[in-house]
Design a protein around this ligand. Structure first.
Ligand SMILES: [Fe+2]
Ligand SMILES: [Fe+2]
Length: 477
């Protein structure tokens, strides 16, 4: 199942066998490149970037590294190979063959899911477009660009599905993907977290840790879809997504490491209202906690309402499963089972049993939160190993919410309900203030000499394709 790179659009879906589709995608391609030019990484056209390109969808096939100018990156269409006797694992069609075409009765739901997923991909590229100007090292700059080109490819994956399976509406939706823009007042991106700014590298690492991880869970449940081409697209996207979260986890970890190193070097502590770490050019752990609170809470919103009839329909009809559906030990129908959900009752948050079918969003959010915690534990190990007594913590899921029942209330990070007055008085202890943002911004100066690194972050421990940190990962020309 190798990828044909001789074609204008690299693919493993035998695109040349479908002239109509090939022409439609070839018409979309220059518009995509135009968008990349206008809203992709700023002033990066001539850089030679040491990028990884997929050459096949097999396990070792996508680790091909070379210097590439980003506009020449071979964006294309790669699906995990089809398994011709795959059956649907859940819902009322359980046991039936997976669909190779879109079932007419589920067409609009499937289209909406694909459009919503697809919209996030170019959105994150737009959000991150100015970061190259302030990269802490060439290693980080290269990773930023790698993620950007892959998000571009994820857009291709969704646009392929729209163009191949949804006729005219699909073509219109493909165009609209390039017309909505992150933060645009008239045509914003669909989901709110993708309209937020990513103004600095701390925000960026938090975004790739928390918000790309939402992608992992959404893609994971779409990878279970009864609509086989969607499932196969998402499976290949997941392999790329893992790297994005790795960049986030290690990025935050290195900032934590640097804070600890500074505390040790200058024999200062992290406690107190204005940590000394800032005096020495690092980012104190309290500020890291505030950014964590912000990015976690807006990412938790992405899972939607706690109880949702839409989500129930998606599951019941077999178009979107649960994360790791086939590994879950139950009847995969959920008609008679219940699921424990936190609910707001008056002024209290209590545990309730809800019909499991209506609670699939909440279940996905639970899986997500558990996964988020793993990295937090590794960050805390860095702090403990450096001899400091401080723990980073995920805030309660009710904290700072914009969607779902908790959007109506205010809580502290522990999930205690508080009054609006108290929130107004205290939220600056929990979320980044203007002053915090200004401080972080003041640290953002580019470091572009091979082997050099900014003062607020520790160098990475990992290599890229066996190349050490001092390798020239980007050449500016
Ligand atoms: Fe993506
Ligand atoms: Fe991603």
């Amino acid at each position: 199942m190798s990828i044909n790179y001789n074609e204008k659009i690299p693919n493993n879906v035998n695109l040349s066998g479908d002239r109509r589709l090939q022409r439609a995608l070839e018409r979309w391609q220059p518009k995509f490149l135009n968008w990349w030019d206008e809203l992709g990484p700023e002033k990066s056209t001539d850089f030679d970037v040491y990028l990884r390109t997929a050459i096949s969808v097999e396990k070792d096939g996508w680790a091909h590294f070379d210097y590439v100018k980003m506009p020449d990156y071979r964006w294309g269409i790669f699906l995990t190979p089809s398994n011709s006797d795959r059956t649907i694992d859940f819902g009322i069609h359980k046991g039936q063959p997976a669909w190779q075409e879109v079932p007419g009765e589920y067409r609009s739901e499937l289209r909406r899911l694909i459009v919503t997923q697809g919209d996030t991909e170019p959105a994150s590229v737009e959000q991150q477009r100015h970061l190259g100007k302030t990269c802490p090292s060439l290693y980080d700059l290269r990773n930023l660009f790698q993620i950007n080109v892959e998000e571009g490819r994820h857009l291709w994956a969704m646009v392929y599905l729209l163009q191949a399976y949804f006729g005219r509406d699909g073509r219109d939706e493909a165009e609209a993907m390039l017309e909505r823009h992150s933060g645009d007042a008239d045509k914003p991106r669909i989901l709110e977290a993708f309209n937020e700014e990513t103004p600095d590298w701390l925000s960026y690492f938090m975004f790739t840790y928390f918000t790309d991880r939402d992608g992992k869970f959404q893609l994971g449940s779409l990878a279970e879809s009864g609509f086989d081409p969607l499932a196969r697209s998402c499976r290949f996207m997941l392999t790329e997504e893992a790297h994005h979260m790795f960049v986030g986890e290690t990025g935050v970890g290195r900032i934590v490491q640097r804070a600890c190193d500074l505390m040790n070097e200058y024999k200062t502590e992290n406690s107190g209202p204005k940590s000394d770490v800032r005096k020495y050019g690092g980012i104190d752990l309290q500020t890291i906690q505030k950014y964590l609170n912000f990015h976690f809470s807006i990412s938790v919103d992405l899972f939607g309402q706690e109880l949702s009839t839409n989500a129930a329909t998606y599951f019941n009809t077999g178009i979107k499963g649960r994360f790791g559906e086939s590994k879950i030990d139950d009847d995969h129908l959920l008609h008679d089972s219940s699921y424990s959900v936190l609910e707001l009752q008056g002024q209290r948050i209590i545990n309730c049993d809800a019909p499991a079918l209506n609670a699939v969003n909440e279940r996905l959010r639970d899986d997500y939160i558990e996964d988020c915690n793993l990295g937090v534990r590794r960050w805390n190990k860095i702090i403990a190993d450096s001899g400091h007594n401080f723990s980073l913590k995920l805030p309660h899921r009710a904290f700072h919410r914009g969607i779902g029942q908790f959007a109506e209330i205010q809580t502290d990070p522990e999930g205690n309900i508080i009054s609006q007055t108290e929130w107004d008085r205290r939220h600056s202890d929990w979320l980044p203030t203007h002053e915090d943002q200004q401080y972080i911004q003041s640290l953002m100066h580019p470091v572009t000499e091979p082997g050099k690194i900014a003062g607020w972050i520790a160098p990475p421990k990992s290599k890229i394709n066996r190349h050490p940190f001092k390798f020239e990962f980007v050449r500016f020309n």
